[in-house]
Design a binder for this molecule. Structure first.
Ligand code: EPU
Length: 417
């Protein structure tokens, strides 16, 4: 088991380079299966979620080469067989294989996907799309057998703009006959990157990044090259670190537009930043003002930055209010922040953060990926030593978090216990 130890209150300065986006890469890798030729994806982050997808690809018989951040995938010889539950439950993104295999072979057998335990996370919208396109679904416990004599394009409206269901619709509809129109689609940058990747292979997708996507099915998808977009959540996490304890901390290789909702909230608090084309430099500012935040789909404030932001809210005089509208169980970090000395009250989907409070180092748990990121941020400003257990959740999504923080002055170490 791995844990992190942080000696708090060391100033962060220098540059942190942001890696490729987890939530884009974890969709591009399964999407590569749809190609009838070799595909190359660069700027792949070195995180354990990618290793799990790599394992699935190889289990199915694909040839995968990884050279630094480049991944070369040849799935010409894959076998469409059931993906064992112990692999599929390692991560949420395993269900992109469900859609890609269904699109390619009109049949797939797979278990319910895993992922962070932050809510129920049903997959009904994905199944609804599969059915609308002509698939039949047999459920046996938590296993799904999905088959289609043929997949035929149609109009589907999602109940909510789900990122996963939007990507899954793209992955199936690219190989369906005729035109699919997806309404109430999610608009996250990760969706644009999957659509661009598929279009580079020869797909005909228009409207990705808006709430209406039109997909004209094609018979053949060929070779292509793409680069994973910068991770907006990793960028946002380090930007918050800079606001907490930075002195000219530069977050580089980013698309500032992708985190404009966070930037606006930081400005509202009174944090000064210098924003360039692909970087932001931030320092800790005094006399911050409390804020109200509500998580929403893109371009609203991302749920994935809600927990990291909470660490910063503890350092503002007055009462900040944060409402989580996407997941019903994404406040598991609060218990541990309060253990460190914060004053946060949970009321259903809303928290009230009363500040400013002094945080003190103690032992806390990374209950999920972004809760873990919140604990790291809290540890960076806490007095004394913070130990964070269950760190595997953090390593699923943040490439080299220890090295990146050490490079800018943090006293942070990873221990095997
Ligand atoms: N939902 C349904 N039915 C569905 C699909 C979603 O009710 O069929 C609900 C979910 O329960 C949730 C909401 O709709 O309440 C949004 O879920 P969405 O499908 O958009 O999320 P996801 O695709 O499961 C991805 C990211 C999450 C990120 C969300 C929202 C990946 C692998 N995961 O999840 O990332 O929070 O979009 O942006 O891309 C993370 O990185 O820490 C993380 C959890």
């Amino acid at each position: 088991m791995k844990q992190i130890k942080i000696e708090g209150q060391h100033i962060l300065s220098g540059t942190i380079n942001i890696s490729g986006a987890k939530n884009s890469a974890v969709a591009l890798v399964p999407a590569s299966l749809l190609s009838d030729e070799e595909v190359k994806i660069d700027n792949i982050p070195n995180i354990s979620d990618i290793d799990a997808l790599n394992e699935i690809l190889e289990y199915l018989g694909a040839t995968v080469k990884r050279e630094g951040t480049l991944m070369i995938i040849d799935s010409r010889n894959i076998e469409n067989k059931e993906i064992p539950e112990e692999i599929s439950k390692k991560l949420r993104a395993s269900y992109y294989f469900m859609a890609a295999l269904l699109g390619k072979y009109k049949k797939v057998e797979m278990y319910f996907p895993g992922g962070c335990s932050i809510g129920a996370r049903p997959i009904d919208q994905t199944l609804k799309t599969f059915k609308a396109l002509g698939a039949k679904i047999k459920e046996e416990g938590n296993k799904y057998l999905v088959t289609a004599e043929k997949l035929v394009g149609t109009t589907v409206q999602l109940d909510m703009p789900s990122v996963g269901a939007t990507i899954n619709t793209l992955l199936v509809a690219v190989k369906a006959e005729g035109i699919t129109v997806l309404k109430n689609a999610a608009k996250e940058p990760e969706i644009v990157s999957v659509a661009t990747f598929l279009n580079n292979m020869g797909a005909k997708i228009i409207g990705a990044g808006t709430s209406k996507i039109t997909i004209e099915g094609v018979k053949h998808l060929g070779s292509c090259f793409t680069e994973v977009i910068p991770d907006r959540i990793e960028a946002g996490t380090y930007l918050i670190a800079g606001a907490l304890i930075g002195k000219n901390l530069t977050i580089k290789n980013i698309i500032p537009e992708h985190i404009s909702s966070l930037i606006e909230k930081l400005k509202e608090m009174g944090i000064e930043m210098s924003i360039g084309k692909d970087y932001i430099t931030v320092s800790k500012s005094d006399n911050l003002k409390p804020i109200k935040v509500k998580t929403l789909g893109y371009p609203g404030f991302p749920t994935d930055l809600q927990q990291p932001l909470t660490a910063l809210l503890t350092q503002i005089d007055g009462e900040s209010i944060l409402e989580e509208t996407i997941y019903e169980n994404r406040f598991q970090n609060v218990k541990y922040l309060n253990k460190m000395g914060s004053d946060i009250i949970i009321n259903d989907r809303t928290i009230k953060v009363k500040g400013k409070t002094e945080l003190k180092g103690t032992t806390v748990e990374a209950t999920d990926l972004r809760a873990g990121a919140c604990m790291v941020l809290a540890g960076l400003i806490a007095k004394g030593e913070t130990t964070i257990t269950e760190i595997k959740h953090v390593l699923r999504g943040y490439e080299n978090i220890i090295g990146k923080l050490q490079n800018v002055g943090a006293k942070i170490t990873l221990e095997e216990i």
